[in-house]
Design a protein around this ligand. Structure first.
Ligand code: SAM
Length: 282
């Protein structure tokens, strides 16, 4: 396990993933009913963009930092809300020049929780799990587990609340990650078919992606994709997120946001509902 999310924090893939996450959380917490959130692959929780791995790759420059610098006028509402969530996390560290501290998925989840909601964050890597535990030390609203997120799908679903958001964001270091993911997801959907799931994946091997999408057949699915126009050597050029059982109005918010993100991210972003293909916007 060599993957460290710090090298990629705030890049275009994080922007897409976290925009989706913030909007899903907003819609799912709008209802006056308790929500369970499971983040199977949580990472460290938060990232310092001006130090360590993030500083070395500077991937956030063409991602969140570029977006943050843009005027809010004319920006889609979901993008404005995502940027506000990022800024709120950064502000916890005091005011500095520009954005420095970027929230990982567990921090974005935490910010959206209401009293009575439940959140379990799993992270397998010992060092990342330690950082995550430190990030939420003393916070009783967050249960951090150093555990295999795929096992958590079996152990924790269905939740007693009967309403849940499950975020699955593996590192894809292993060649069989898509198979492991598909198996885990099938189990999870059998146990908790009505849950909302957001699953991130890299688009490198289109056949593997197509095989993964096959496992989603029969479910209400929205697929979001981002493909950067200029891919630096050794970097990931495209990624997707499958959202199973998206809440009402989620698709509209994404249909407005994704084309808008094309210019600042220098990427093509697209949306597919079910399995009818519509090309990404130029
Ligand atoms: C892409 S990163 C997660 C980033 C995080 N979701 C975010 O958006 O801020 C994937 C993480 O999964 C962890 N990991 C790898 N295999 C795991 C497993 N089986 N269960 C839980 N965590 C795992 C890695 O150590 C890494 O920190």
């Amino acid at each position: 396990m060599n993957y460290r999310h710090g090298y990629h924090a705030g890049n275009y893939a994080d922007v897409l993933k976290h925009l989706v996450l913030v909007e899903l959380l907003r819609l799912l917490t709008a209802k006056d009913k308790k929500l369970f959130v499971l983040d199977t692959h949580s990472g460290a929780g938060g990232y310092d963009l001006a130090a360590g791995p993030a500083m070395r790759t500077r991937e956030a420059e063409a991602g969140i930092r570029r977006l943050m610098a843009m005027p809010r006028a004319g920006m889609p509402a979901a993008v404005v809300r995502y940027l506000a969530a990022v800024a709120a996390y950064d502000r916890k560290f005091g005011r500095g020049e520009g954005l420095r501290h970027y929230p990982g998925s567990p921090r974005l989840v935490r910010a959206a929780l209401r009293p009575g909601d439940r959140f379990v964050a799993c992270e397998l890597h010992p060092q990342e799990a330690l950082s995550l535990k430190r990030e939420f030390a003393g916070d009783r609203a967050v249960e951090v587990r150093q555990a295999d997120g795929y096992h958590a799908l079996k152990a924790l679903l269905p939740p007693v609340e009967r309403r849940g958001l499950v975020m699955i964001d593996p590192p894809f270091e292993k060649t069989d990650e898509f198979e492991t993911l598909s198996r885990g997801l099938k189990h999870a959907l059998r146990r908790f078919a009505t849950g909302c799931y957001a699953i991130w994946y890299p688009i490198k091997d289109e056949e593997a992606v197509a095989a993964f999408e096959e496992t989603l057949a029969g479910f209400k699915v929205l697929i979001l994709e981002a493909r950067v126009n200029v891919v630096a050597e050794g970097k990931l050029g495209a990624c997707g997120i499958a959202v199973i059982n998206p809440p009402w109005t989620f698709q509209e918010a994404m249909a407005e946001s994704l084309p808008w993100l094309a210019a600042p991210l220098d990427a093509r972003l697209g949306l597919r509902s079910g399995f009818s293909v519509s090309s990404p916007t130029a």
